[in-house]
Design a protein around this ligand. Structure first.
Ligand SMILES: [Fe+2]
Length: 215
């Protein structure tokens, strides 16, 4: 009898623990599609480990805690970014932005885009090189922390946007295509204050196949 009671208790206790864990873990830290040292020397293993393992993990944890019991509890990430403000927006934005950022690189990256994205870039900026220059200039000119984006409107028209802090062009009805993180945490260990050097180097690891699919 006691054994049955204990088994029943264990079952109930485990179930409630499981559902609690599920709730807290709604959003999870995105897995990197490469080893933490694979992007060296453009991004060091140490920067990846802090940026992905510490900074992004904190945003994920904060978001999971903040949305509990709110109307965003069961919403997807893009909906939360579009409809929230304050701390929820800041953490959701940072999760979405970093998910896009970390998955657009590859140790075999670099070169130029192809297909319709390449054509649209040429049409808008004249050449890929001009686009790169303007993208870097936007990133260098962004005051404080934020993100520089290549974004597309519903007709596929491209633009470069600068977003402060956790901003993402989806809040303006645009589709995010490519982003460089210009928060100091993204480059300080490797480049110290030389944001421009980091932006220039990132082209060497952009996985254009991933980026083209977003367009
Ligand atoms: Fe970051």
């Amino acid at each position: 009898m006691i054994t049955i009671f204990l088994s029943l208790f264990a079952l109930i206790f485990n179930n409630s623990e499981a559902s609690k864990t599920e709730k807290v873990m709604k959003f999870e830290l995105i897995q990197l599609p490469y080893a933490s040292d694979a992007l060296e020397p453009v991004i060091s293993k140490q920067t990846i480990e802090f940026h992905h393992g510490k900074h992004l993990q904190t945003y994920v944890n904060n978001l999971n805690n903040l949305i509990q019991g709110t109307k965003f509890e069961n919403a997807d990430l893009e909906t939360i970014v579009k409809e929230s403000d304050g701390a929820v927006f800041n953490n959701a934005g940072q999760v979405l932005n970093h998910n896009l950022y970390f998955t657009e690189f590859s140790p075999k990256g670099g070169g130029k885009p192809g297909g319709k994205l390449a054509k649209a870039i040429d049409k808008t900026w004249g050449s890929f090189e001009n686009f790169q220059k303007e993208f870097e200039t936007a990133g260098i000119g962004l005051f404080g922390s934020g993100w520089v984006w290549l974004a597309a409107d519903k007709d596929g028209k491209l633009s470069i946007t600068k977003e402060s802090n956790a901003g993402n062009p989806i809040t303006k009805g645009l589709k995010p295509i490519l982003t460089f993180d210009v928060w100091e945490h993204a480059y300080y260990l490797d480049y110290q204050n030389r944001r421009a050097d980091q932006l220039k180097a990132l082209w060497k690891i952009v996985d254009w196949q991933v980026v083209e699919k977003r367009y």
